[in-house]
Design a protein around this ligand. Structure first.
Ligand code: MG
Ligand code: ZN
Length: 221
């Protein structure tokens, strides 16, 4: 089928550019994490809480992907870290080429840790490699527990699931264990952390996950 062939070629071309991005990140020893989740899952909020805690330890930067506005970049820039906003002008995901162009105007070489906040969308960002070390899927309690079954690709491709807004559990019909089991059925290696940026619950665990990733890298040399 022609349509499927076109998509395969697009993804292949994307993968080749992602590989070039990855080489650049490796040469500069920057750890890159690609955050993916629906609009309103709390991607910017989970970044704010870890940046507050880790900015004294690591040189951190953030690339914000949005269809429009620089609102998220403004929130992140307030924390005093290097920030760049990419507006996709309607496109529903970041691709490796957008990141490659962003890198020419972003001092990623000076960073230890770069977060890329993808466009709010649980579907196609999962298929576009950007050159990241790992994908992190952010999902929130009010979205409902059926997401791993209905949108398996991102759960399969992610290394960590942040189950966010757990302070809302008392108001939602949401079974954490059942949701985790669905996610693990799709990806048995998926690590899971439950967080609330409102109460701070789980934030220390999320910080610890990032620290351990950074330490693993440094011990590799
Ligand atoms: Mg955001
Ligand atoms: Zn898309």
């Amino acid at each position: 089928m022609v349509e499927i062939k076109v998509l395969t070629d697009v993804l292949k071309a994307n993968d080749a550019i992602a590989e070039q991005n990855r080489k650049k990140f490796e040469e500069s020893n920057v750890a890159v994490f690609n955050l993916i989740g629906s609009p309103g899952a709390g991607k910017t909020s989970v970044l704010e809480v870890v940046i507050e805690r880790l900015k004294g330890e690591y040189r951190i930067g953030v690339i914000e992907g949005d269809i429009a506005t620089s609102r998220d970049a403004e929130r992140i820039a307030k924390l005093g870290v290097e920030t760049l906003q990419i507006n996709t002008r309607g496109a529903c995901h970041l691709d490796a080429n957008l990141i490659a162009s962003a890198l020419s105007e972003f001092p990623y070489q000076d960073l230890d840790l770069l977060f890329i906040e993808n466009v709010g969308n649980l579907i196609c960002p999962a298929g576009y490699a950007l050159g990241e070390e790992a994908k992190i899927v952010v999902i929130s309690v009010p979205e409902g527990q059926d997401k791993p079954a209905k949108y398996p690709v991102i759960f399969r491709n992610a290394s960590l699931m942040l189950l966010n807004k757990i302070d809302l559990l008392p108001y939602c019909d949401f079974d954490i264990e059942a949701m985790k089991n669905d996610a693990l059925a799709v990806n048995p290696d998926l690590e899971v952390t439950a967080t609330s940026c409102t109460t701070g619950e789980g934030v220390e665990e999320w910080v610890t996950w990032l620290r351990s990733k950074m330490q693993q890298r440094n011990s590799k040399g």
